[in-house]
Design a protein around this ligand. Structure first.
Ligand code: ZN
Length: 142
């Protein structure tokens, strides 16, 4: 186990526009505000969604696509540095018309219907993602 301590800095609440790519728009927002470390939350709905499932045998993401309107019951994510740039790692839980839920690692191609987000900036040392030999993911080097 390893962790770093951060202080809370700025807090933003906002909306994304209809038709925005959820992941790309949140990433653009944190870059525009100069946020390098923090966390992201969002609720709302999407017109379609793409989520990933990491296959631990092939070490690749399997994309799961939902070509329909879904509620975003929850999006939780963090902001850290990957390849020198602020990077959002987020997971989403999506709900359908029957109240069933699905989810995974948020991928590009998830299109906003309506989105209310909260982004919190932390103050402290950059948290940098590096390739991890065991998992073949890019994980925090702490
Ligand atoms: Zn993930």
């Amino acid at each position: 186990m390893a962790a770093r301590e951060y202080n809370r800095k700025r807090l933003f609440m906002g909306r994304l526009a209809y038709g925005d790519d959820l992941l790309n728009s949140l990433t653009a927002f944190v870059k525009e505000k100069g946020i390098r470390t923090g966390r992201v939350q969002m609720i709302g709905a999407v017109q379609k969604a793409v989520v990933g499932f990491y296959d631990s045998e092939t070490y690749k993401y399997i994309n799961v696509e939902f070509e329909k309107h879904m509620e975003v019951l929850n999006l939780t994510g963090n902001v850290s540095i990957k390849d020198g740039q602020p990077f959002i790692h987020a997971h989403v839980t999506l709900g359908d018309e029957k109240g069933q839920s699905f989810g995974g690692h948020l991928m590009e191609g998830t299109i906003v219907f309506a989105a209310e987000f909260i982004v919190e900036e932390f103050e402290g040392e950059d948290l940098i993602r590096k390739p991890d030999k065991t998992t073949k993911l890019t994980l925090w080097e702490i």
